[in-house]
Design a protein. Structure first.
Length: 237
């Protein structure tokens, strides 16, 4: 399944996917006018491209006819009228549409990807409209890439066999960092012990008093059993 997770397909976009929501709000109006003007009653599906594109053609024809009238063109010249429709992009209420020099309406391309949750391809949010050089986002879909962002990976991070170079290098890097940390700690401890030994060898102990602080004092003592006696006592600083 991981092999299909990142499969990407470029295909023609479903026309309804690029239509603004405003066009679907017109469906009730279409129903009312159809019943009122033509005595035809029907219910629209949520997205009915046939009626939508009929409405679109009426908008395109109206634009071209209005321009021809403003230019005071010969409306009896059918070939000239058709040429006004070719190789141009029409901006309408339901989007922008491009008609190529051959008179064909070019469809937008969409980038689809495999959705592992339902095991099928589904259209994602990148589309390229005819006559445009920039990608357009469709809806608020999200890629199933790392951390839910970006393009899905070509393969699992460590490869299908778990031996991808990036993961191998990551393990080696971690081992090197650990060894360097141990080596650095060893050097620091060794240096500390060396300095401590040097300090203890060059400095006197706290309990060792200098010579000038040592003084012998004569003490005369009297004991009943021995009488008077002379002794010495050590005085310090």
């Amino acid at each position: 399944m991981d092999a299909y997770r990142s499969a990407l397909v470029i295909e023609l976009l479903d026309a309804d996917a690029l239509m603004p929501s405003t066009i679907f709000h017109r469906f009730p109006e279409f129903e009312v006018r159809s019943l009122r003007d033509y005595n035809v009653s029907y219910k629209f599906p949520p997205k009915w491209a046939a009626v939508t594109y009929t409405y679109l053609l009426a908008l395109l024809f109206g634009q071209v006819l209005d321009q021809a009238i403003q230019d005071q063109a010969d409306l009896s010249d059918g070939a000239a009228f058709v040429r006004r429709c070719l190789n141009r992009t029409f901006a309408t209420r339901i989007g922008r549409y491009y008609i190529n020099p051959s008179g064909e309406t070019q469809s937008a391309l969409v980038l689809s990807h495999f959705d592992v949750t339902n095991s099928s391809f589904r259209q994602k949010f990148l589309a390229l409209r005819p006559g445009s050089s920039s990608l357009e986002q469709i809806g608020n879909q999200r890629w199933n890439g790392p951390h839910g962002k970006g393009v899905p990976l070509n393969e699992p991070r460590c490869g299908y066999s778990g031996e991808a170079r990036i993961c191998y290098l990551g393990d080696v890097t971690s081992a090197i960092i650990a060894l360097l940390s141990v080596a650095a700690a060893t050097v620091i401890i060794t240096k500390f012990i060396s300095l401590l030994r040097k300090y203890t060898q060059t400095s006197d102990p706290w309990w060792l008093l200098p010579d000038h602080c040592l003084t012998l004092l004569d003490i005369v003592a009297y004991r009943p059993d021995r009488g008077r006696s002379l002794g010495k006592n050590l005085a310090t600083c």
